[in-house]
Design a protein. Structure first.
Length: 481
């Protein structure tokens, strides 16, 4: 068994996915300790490879004991073989180990923490295409991005927790950002023990309806039009605060097929309109020259609940396919022409994993956590690009006019290397909160979210907000009265 066919349990509580540096990375770290990633076979060799790469960074010293370290590097994840690349051009790939070299996929979440446990920097690493030594490949990626962060960043100054009375906040909504929200609420509670934040991951529409009914203190949605779509007359009573940037990816279950499938906008729209029914349809073959796509029926999977992920998906299809825009359009809960339904990102991922020949759409991290292949999508510049924190950063950081209400779509952006189905996700809070304690608690959390919270996002597959958006949001918190 290859040494990377093991499960990496994260010693720092991560469940992560891909790769990226965060805003405000560390700059004054001199003494670094690399903790064991796991105790299973293969993890120690990974640690040794990471240490070997980090020794090339002249600005830091690596310590053998944690007690004197300025920062601790650790993390976890999982790497697995998704198929085999044939050694012989006429042989079918993905049949058995003897037929070729392994094709790896997966993720490794990494966090750099100070001795108190505060996240200083985080990163998500995935294996490169055709990597001969996965451990060394990931180690080089981690060391390179950490070195860049050390060179160009500044050490976070830390944040003082606002004094809080004993308070409970309840939220509900989007499943898209749930992994990072769960981490944030746990970590914020550590710093503010008198405040408990609960969150029910039930989908954007259900969360917004609970907020409108007064059953929760805040909601979460990946659609900037969620309140307008459900209750137009109430729109002015709520504020939208972007939290992180994520991506929606097309996930595919084709047993024995290790290659990543490339999708044009026409192909995705055609599949979800029910016009493209086979995996070897000419539209798919043209975008995947050289791949032997199977003569297999396509099973379409979509969300059953009203969903911000569905909004981002249909927003993209509406902007790239006139036929989709005319027949279906963009919505939290569109009238799907075809397909099987599942609740939540997790439900879609699980159903696709169960059904051979299926395609669905989920937030990036759910594809990784469920070991599902996700396709590349053709962007406006004609490139087929897969989701990663680097490709999501292109649309997130491009020059876009962000209005005072922060409601902006970033799908189908121009720019080389841009992943075309990226989206902001928002926390939705009432403009007027009568309870002083709850108003103070929500404002305090939002300030923390825009500081230390942003540094914790990358290890879970989300991109930190652009600095100009953060600055504008910090000024907007005072609108909560």
């Amino acid at each position: 068994m290859p040494k990377w066919m093991v499960r990496f349990a994260c010693s720092c509580g991560l469940v992560g996915s891909a790769l990226a540096w965060q805003a405000s990375p560390p700059g004054a770290i001199k003494r670094l300790y690399v903790e064991p990633f796991v105790t299973k076979a293969g993890a120690e060799s990974l640690r040794e490879d990471i240490i070997a790469e980090l020794r090339k960074i002249s600005s830091v010293s690596l310590l053998s004991e944690v007690s004197a370290a300025d920062a601790i590097l650790g993390g976890g994840g999982e790497i697995w073989i998704k198929g085999y690349r044939s050694l012989y051009p006429r042989s079918r790939s993905g049949t058995r180990p003897s037929s070729g070299t392994p094709v790896y996929t997966g993720f490794l979440s990494v966090e750099l923490r100070d001795p108190k446990g505060e996240t200083l920097w985080s990163y998500l690493a995935t294996p490169g295409a055709g990597s001969d030594d996965v451990s060394k490949d990931l180690s080089k990626r981690i060391a390179k991005h950490l070195a860049d962060a050390l060179e160009h960043g500044e050490v976070p100054t830390g944040t003082a927790a606002l004094p809080q009375p004993t308070t409970k906040l309840a939220g509900a909504g989007a499943t898209f950002p749930y992994p990072v929200y769960a981490k944030w609420f746990t970590n914020y509670r550590r710093e503010n023990p008198n405040l408990a934040i609960s969150y029910d991951s039930i989908g954007s529409e259900a969360g917004i309806r609970k907020l409108l009914a007064g059953d929760v203190d805040f909601a979460a949605s990946d659609s900037p039009e969620a309140v307008r779509e459900l209750a137009p007359s109430e729109e002015g009573k709520y504020l939208f605060f972007p939290s992180v940037v994520g991506a929606v990816v097309p996930i595919v279950n084709l047993p024995g097929f290790p290659s990543d499938i490339a999708f044009t906008p026409e192909a995705l729209a055609g599949i979800y309109l029910g016009k493209i029914k086979k995996w070897n349809d000419p539209v798919l073959l043209r975008a995947n020259r050289g791949l032997r796509l199977p003569d297999l029926d396509i099973v379409v999977v979509h969300r059953e609940d009203g969903s911000g992920t569905s909004y981002a998906w249909t927003d993209y299809l509406s902007k790239t396919s006139p036929e989709w825009k005319t027949q279906v359009g963009s919505s939290l809960a569109p009238k799907w022409p075809i397909g099987r339904a599942a609740n939540g990102n997790d439900g879609v991922a699980k159903l696709v994993k169960e059904l051979g020949g299926s395609i669905g759409y989920v937030e990036f991290v759910y594809a990784l956590q469920n070991q599902l292949s996700f396709g590349k999508v053709r962007n406006r510049d004609g490139e087929f690009v897969g989701a990663s924190l680097e490709s999501i950063a292109v649309p997130a950081n491009r020059s876009v006019e962000v209005s005072d209400d922060f409601k902006v779509s970033i799908v189908d952006p121009p720019g080389a290397g841009a992943y075309p189905i990226a989206s902001l996700t928002w926390l939705v809070v009432p403009t007027h909160i009568a309870d002083d304690a709850k108003r103070s608690a929500i404002a305090g959390f939002l300030k923390w979210m825009l500081g230390p919270g942003q540094r914790q996002a990358a290890a879970l597959g989300y991109l930190a907000l652009p600095k100009d958006v953060v600055s504008k949001e910090e000024s907007a918190i005072v609108r909560i009265r």
